[in-house]
Design a binder for this molecule. Structure first.
Ligand code: FPP
Length: 233
């Protein structure tokens, strides 16, 4: 299997998975978390990618019912605490692309601790997009750049794509392969800068049913793609 530099996954379909099974949305998210854990560990164990970005909570998701938002935040917090030692020992480095001002302080604490515990790891980089929006990430980078120019730390003529990238929430390579589960064919504000040349794949399966085997099928599909980056072969 080809190693992919950066895989992005838009986690989708937990709610529909639950509804079809007569379960609550919370049960769907719990099943989604279990599926996600297997996918992360599989990608790490099999060295499938160098970077994995996961869209687990958009800023728009805050408009869901308070019960659902609270359940998800509790689930994230418990999960991040649980992962700390495990990921540290598995050489996984965890990053967050987040607007932290919208997240409760105890969750920010769990996020910061997980980043800190894994910061020296050299294996798979897992970037959680949580309380995230792609347009806002670009706006925030622009503000930082404008501030640097105003403070005479940066010359306007030095602004280019390479420099802009460094001002995003995390300085990550472009996403090569974007997967969105549940059959929805859209990108919903996910890593707009980084997915410019990504190959996209939209399997019908709801995320709780997205197994390592489904991932392998996705990669087989990726391997068939002819990536030209605007060029002619
Ligand atoms: C999308 O399904 C899923 C979410 C908005 C939350 C993602 C969360 C998890 C997978 C939980 C695990 C993550 C961690 C980091 C523990 P949906 O609710 O939009 O599904 P629907 O479109 O079918 O309603």
């Amino acid at each position: 299997m080809t190693k992919i530099n950066h895989i992005g996954i838009i986690v989708d379909g937990n709610g529909r998975w639950a509804k079809e099974k007569g379960k609550s949305r919370s049960e769907g998210h719990k099943a989604g978390a279990e599926a996600l854990e297997k996918i992360i560990l599989y990608i790490n164990k099999e060295s499938i990618a160098n970077y994995l970005s996961l869209y687990v909570f958009s800023t728009e998701n805050f408009s869901r019912s308070p019960e659902e938002v609270n359940y998800l935040m509790e689930l994230f917090m418990k999960w991040f605490k649980k992962c700390k030692e495990k990921y540290k020992n598995a050489n996984i480095k965890v990053l967050f692309s987040s607007q932290k001002e919208f997240i409760k302080s105890e969750i920010v604490k769990a996020i910061d601790e997980l980043e800190e515990a894994t910061k020296d790891n050299t294996g798979l980089v897992v970037n959680f997009c949580l309380s995230y929006g792609g347009r806002q990430e670009i706006v925030d980078a622009t503000k930082k750049i404008a501030t640097a120019v105003l403070e005479n730390k940066l010359n306007i003529n030095d602004i280019n794509e390479e420099l802009f990238k460094k001002y995003l929430y995390n300085d990550l390579p472009d996403v090569d392969f974007l997967i969105r589960t549940s059959g929805e064919n859209r990108v919903s504000n996910f890593m707009l800068w980084q997915i410019s040349y990504a190959e996209m794949y939209f399997p019908k399966v709801y995320f709780p049913d997205f197994t390592p085997k489904c991932l392998e099928e996705a990669i087989e599909e990726y391997e068939k793609r002819d990536r030209r980056f605007g060029n002619i072969k």
